[in-house]
Design a protein around this ligand. Structure first.
Ligand SMILES: Cc1cc2nc3c(=O)[nH]c(=O)nc-3n(C[C@H](O)[C@H](O)[C@H](O)COP(=O)(O)OP(=O)(O)OC[C@H]3O[C@@H](n4cnc5c(N)ncnc54)[C@H](O)[C@@H]3O)c2cc1C
Length: 343
């Protein structure tokens, strides 16, 4: 067993990197071809950009859906894929990929999980979504003990400082109150937050009630119990803290896949448009991560690419077999797979 792995690798016909809309529709198309897959995403939830960047905003250009939010679209894609019981491995990044002597690929994740796969579909979008850190401070030594990039479960009796000025940070400060903390303080580099409407009103009320403290300033230094904050009036204040939650949103990073030896152009993976295969015959790339003449980074393009990539995967999983086209309206085999009645 390779030393980076914590357990023996999971063997699969197809590993999918990313759980955005491209991957979710691919799971469905693979399912119709009776190919089970494992899906890895660094985010703690499926949905890619639709969930991370615009979950509650409407999308108007999905065929036959005049209007649906990012969240509604993702929920429906998950429901559509559900009959095929995809196995999601969330909260971990595929960090390494290595060709094995038997022509399979070994993919390793940041959590030490391994996947030995016949085929691989990269549906990594604009990259792995990772939290924005405090650029001017190296907090690595405190990460996971006192510095976090999401709310922690156990805030009871702790002095919690949240850094950020957007919706995510303000919502977290309000939600934290229910966890019986010793204190909650929101810190942001500016004295005006980037929120409005009901959220702004609820936050202002919590500050007026004295249950949340709001401070403008830049965090300068952290010890195990205090942080120094440079305020706009050029004073330095010492703030007590047990946990710092840095909540400045997510940023995509193409990360390790740029170094896997695949042919690329402008940080995107070059594919052929017949089956969305990359320069490696068993590796496919769909959605925002790929490029080809005429490419448009749209969800509708990702759905088409997923469909043809699934047939490309099937050609390798069932070598020498002709893969017939079957309609979901008419095929008893597909009805059985989908768990619906043929009558
Ligand atoms: C604000 C905004 C509005 C948009 N509006 C529209 C619209 O109206 N209509 C439209 O068609 N398109 C729209 N888009 C574009 C659309 O969101 C993308 O085309 C679509 O999300 C691409 O899907 P995807 O599955 O390829 O990638 P993504 O949605 O980016 O998903 C990729 C996933 O892969 C994960 N990942 C990446 N690398 C790794 C790794 N190494 N290991 C593990 N996980 C990894 C990421 O965390 C991510 O969750 C919009 C985009 C934005 C930003």
């Amino acid at each position: 067993m390779p030393s980076a792995l914590k357990t023996s690798p999971t063997e699969t016909d197809c590993l999918v990197i990313g759980a955005g809309p491209a991957a979710l529709f691919l799971i469905f198309e693979l399912g119709l071809l009776e190919i089970e897959c494992h899906v890895v995403d660094v985010l703690p939830h499926a949905g890619g950009q639709c969930m991370a960047l615009y979950a509650d905003k409407p999308i108007y250009d999905i065929p036959s859906r005049p209007r649906s939010t990012g969240r509604e679209l993702v929920n429906d894609l998950l429901a559509q894929a559900a009959p095929f019981k995809p196995q999601f491995h969330l909260g971990q990044q595929v960090s390494a990929l290595e060709l094995q002597a038997d022509a399979r690929w070994l993919a390793t994740t940041s959590s030490g999980q391994g996947f030995l796969c016949k085929t691989l579909v990269i549906a990594a979008g604009v990259g792995a979504f990772t939290p924005r850190k405090l650029a001017h401070l190296d907090l690595a030594a405190l990460e996971g003990t006192q510095v976090f990039y999401a709310p922690t479960q156990d805030a009871a009796n702790k002095h919690i400082v949240i850094y950020g000025g957007g919706e995510e940070a303000v919502q977290a400060s309000l939600a934290c109150l229910a966890k019986q903390p010793a204190s909650v303080r929101l810190v942001y580099r500016r004295d005006k937050l980037d929120v409005d409407g009901d959220l702004q009103l609820a936050f202002n009320q919590a500050v007026a009630d004295g249950v949340i403290d709001f401070k403008a300033g830049q965090i300068q230094e952290l010890s195990h119990s205090h942080m120094s904050l440079a305020t706009p009036t050029e004073h330095t204040e010492q703030l007590r803290f047990d946990e710092l939650w840095v909540m400045q949103g997510l940023t995509p990073q193409l990360g390790p896949l740029a170094h896997w030896g695949l042919a690329m152009a402008k940080k995107q993976i070059i594919v052929n448009t017949e089956n969305f295969c990359t320069s490696e015959p068993a590796i496919f790339a769909i959605g925002d991560v790929n490029t080809y003449p005429g490419k448009r980074k749209l969800i509708v393009s990702a759905f088409h690419e997923a469909t043809l990539a699934a047939y490309g995967v099937a050609a390798l999983v069932y070598p020498g077999q002709k893969i017939a086209l079957e309609y979901t309206t008419a095929s008893p085999r597909l009805h059985q797979l989908l768990g619906v009645s043929s009558s």
